[in-house]
Design a protein around this ligand. Structure first.
Ligand SMILES: [Zn+2]
Length: 316
């Protein structure tokens, strides 16, 4: 799943590529992926991309209305005395619409220099296609059978429940030592669970929480409300360093490389059974119902190995 560094790098690429382009339409192939109905996707047609940003792991494409002036009026000289008077109703620019995309586990985008507006196949990886008036397009895709990618067309990003509940962004300046301590105390639980909870700190998911905890030499099972000052210090340093350097790496990649690029630099995540690059101990895994995560006993748990719950269930 793309997390903060990949989504941020992707938003920056899309912002450079799409800003100023006029939208021809949004075709939705996967009806299940579209979570909103008002405004309809057709409301995006004719608008111009004002920018692409990010909220947590959500991409946010803002589409502004293009000012429509009565035909020919632009070439007429203003009538005397009227130049500084706003015309009725035009003093407030109409607010943009937003297309929000949550890529979930297996979602991604693909740029097309020429995108057909033909009816899209209902099956297959294509969830939606955003077409532009210059003929290019952006395909929003999701691999695999588990379809969880989500699209929203809204007037305000905060209308999306997953956005309105986001906690402080993991790379925001306001996430300092005091704020981190406050947040962790207010959310008692294991570090692994709380760190990847988007409602506490936005942008960190399963993969980077493994990496951050490894860099901080903290157990995924440590209690958030019992960390001493030194542990908090290490956690904040590890959070900034891990996400910051991942973002730097991600920024050097293009759209197609970015999706899988993050695996390369992982030290423990996805590396069960391999030696830890720091201490040489064997990276271990804990499997829960729908996901698994990794840690190094040597670096993080004082050598303690936690039972793999899935495995112990099988052995019982
Ligand atoms: Zn280690």
């Amino acid at each position: 799943m793309p997390e903060l560094p990949e989504v941020q790098a992707l938003a920056e690429i899309l912002d450079r590529r799409l800003r100023g382009l006029r939208i021809a339409g949004l075709s939705v192939a996967s009806v299940a992926a579209l979570k909103t109905y008002d405004p309809p996707p057709s409301a995006l047609a004719g608008r111009e991309v004002a920018g692409v940003g990010r909220h947590g792991k959500f991409l946010d494409l803002a589409a502004s209305a293009v000012p429509t002036s009565p035909a020919g009026s632009a070439s007429l000289p203003p009538s005397p005395g009227s130049a500084d008077l706003p015309s009725p109703g035009s003093d407030q620019p109409p607010s943009p619409l937003h297309l929000l995309v949550h890529l979930s586990r297996a979602g991604w985008v693909r740029w097309r220099d020429a995108a057909s507006d033909a009816r899209l196949a209902q099956r297959g990886p294509l969830a939606a296609r955003l077409r532009f008036e210059d003929g290019a397009g952006l395909d929003i895709t999701e691999m695999g059978t588990e379809k969880r990618l989500a699209l929203y067309v809204v007037r305000d990003p905060a209308e999306v429940p997953g956005v309105s509940r986001l906690g402080v962004d993991a790379l925001a300046d306001e996430l300092d030592l005091g704020r981190l301590r406050e947040l962790l105390r207010a959310h008692p639980g294991t570090l692994k669970t709380v760190l990847s909870d988007q409602g506490v700190i936005a942008g960190v998911g399963n993969a980077y929480s493994d990496e951050i905890l490894h860099a901080a030499r903290l157990s995924p099972f440590a209690r958030t409300d019992r960390l001493d000052a030194d542990a908090l210090d290490r956690l904040l340093d590890a959070l900034r360093e891990t996400l910051g350097s991942a973002l730097e790496r991600a920024r050097a990649l293009d759209i197609d490389e970015l999706k899988d690029g993050k695996r390369m630099a992982m030290r423990v995540h996805g590396r069960t059974g391999q030696p830890c690059p720091v201490c040489g101990d064997t990276v271990r895994e804990v499997s829960l119902s729908s996901r698994s995560y990794q840690y190094c006993p040597g670096c993080q748990t004082g050598g303690r190995i936690y039972a793999d719950r899935r495995l112990s269930r099988l052995l019982r």
